[in-house]
Design a protein around this ligand. Structure first.
Ligand code: FAS
Ligand code: PHB
Length: 389
């Protein structure tokens, strides 16, 4: 077999890249380790930046998002039972879209099917060969048969635990990491959201986030100790703790209900440099991870895809390698700004187990300064809606 671009990973990065390249007449073949149902059952991100929204429309998959997505022109930050709003519209003339990654992935799958894309699921033992030559290839097992596909380029969209980043020689790879001493316990419930916009609550007991997917599907998170397990958290215990951490008016009005999904995600900041080795390009979580406090994970995958799509289009249409040569530096510049924002939001809003009383006062002063300063709020708003590509 032969194709132009092999894409490893069928999450949002891989599916969006294959859709954009295919619409440009560039041949792709996508290899996904899990089943389609497994990929579609994952509950993950919920907030789309302006750039992501525009790219999905460019890819021809924005129709349901525009119909069902919720445009949000601000968020609430809350501490010690007092909340204040960051008004994106007034501060930046911008907004975000609340539209679940699950829905976005379904839209991408349907668009790929409509174009008869080649998406292989339940692929095993994917291995990348000769990525540092002009004749790379990928071997894998599918349907019990060992297979090989020769290609021009390989896009590693296979997430944090994928094979792509591990293919780059350790001597060439620099990794930067911060692991946080807590995780997020997330609950999805078929209940009306407690607020019309997201509430990011900082509390001495820990961080809490009130989000949503639609007018009858709410998404809530609690900061929990790393050693906690989902089994320790009954629905009642979750709702009781959430009510302790969010402002009283929200706690008094929240509609609770049975969780239809409950999971704990660890938090880390991680970046691998470079995001290119020869004919292999890393995209999305394969190259970087952010704590979800800034709602950047999915959105960084989208900007990586934008840069790689532009670079490969330039290569195939203009026989110009400048885009692929610049890809890593261009993507990393935006990645590091999003890492900074996600780290700063996490540091601002979470209760760090070992933090000193001085650190607590710094956190408090940061939040009070944010509440009073248009400049500080504008900085948060322009990062939250997404810095330009
Ligand atoms: P993904 O991890 O989504 O996709 C990678 C794909 O590659 C997967 O389908 C995997 O099965 C496949 N794969 C892996 N190894 C392979 C191999 N060897 N061969 C073939 N396929 C392979 N972001 C937010 O903005 N907000 C959130 O609230 C949020 N919550 C999250 C919760 C969890 C539990 C996790 C893990 C992430 C969360 N994220 C969140 C981040 C998440 O949304 C990612 O940023 C987003 O999925 C990135 O998309 P991809 O880069 O496509 O990676
Ligand atoms: C979500 O709705 O899942 C969500 C929203 C905002 C975040 C993180 C997660 O910062």
């Amino acid at each position: 077999m032969r194709t132009q671009v092999v894409i490893i990973g069928g999450g949002p990065a891989g599916l969006l890249l294959s859709q954009l390249l295919h619409r440009q007449g560039i041949e792709t073949l996508l290899l996904e380790r899990q089943s389609r149902d497994y990929v579609l059952a994952r509950i993950r991100a919920g907030v789309l930046e302006t750039g992501t929204i525009d790219l999905l429309r460019e890819a021809g998959v924005g129709e349901r998002m525009d119909r069902e997505g919720l445009v949000h022109e601000g968020i609430y930050l809350a501490t010690a039972n007092r909340g204040f709003r960051i008004d994106f519209e007034r501060l930046t003339a911008g907004s975000v879209m609340v539209y679940g990654q699950t829905e976005l992935t379904l839209d991408l799958y349907q668009a790929r099917d409509a174009m008869d894309a080649i998406l292989l699921h339940e692929v095993e033992q994917v291995q990348i060969h000769d990525a540092d030559t002009n004749a790379p290839y990928v071997s894998f097992i599918h349907g019990g048969r060992e297979q090989r596909i020769d290609c021009d380029f390989i896009a590693g969209c296979d997430g944090f635990h994928g094979v792509s980043r591990k293919t780059i020689p350790a001597s060439l790879l620099r990794e930067f990491e911060r692991v946080y001493p807590f995780g997020w316990l997330g609950v999805l419930s078929q209940t009306p959201p407690v607020s019309d916009e997201l509430i990011y609550a900082s509390h001495e007991r820990g961080f809490a986030l009130c989000s949503m997917r639609n007018p009858n599907l709410s998404r809530y998170y609690l900061q929990v100790p790393l050693q906690d397990s989902v089994e320790q958290w009954s629905d009642d215990a979750f709702w009781d703790e959430l009510k302790r951490r969010i402002p009283h008016d929200a706690a008094d009005s929240i509609v609770t209900g049975e969780s239809i999904e409950k999971s704990i995600a660890p938090l880390r900041s991680f970046v691998a440099e470079p995001m290119r080795w020869g004919r292999l390009f890393l995209c999305g979580d394969a190259a970087h991870i952010v704590p979800p406090t800034g709602a950047k994970g999915l959105n960084l995958a989208a900007s990586d895809v934008f840069y790689l799509w532009q670079a490969l289009r330039q290569y195939y249409q203009d026989n110009d390698e400048q885009g692929i040569d610049n890809y890593s530096a261009r993507a990393l510049s935006r990645v590091w700004k999003a890492e900074r924002f996600s780290w700063s939001m996490t540091r601002l809003l979470h209760h760090f187990p070992q933090q000193s009383s001085f650190d607590q006062r710094m956190q408090q002063a940061d939040i009070e300064y944010l509440e009073a300063s248009v400049a500080a709020q504008t900085s948060l708003a322009e990062n939250y809606i997404g810095l330009p590509y």
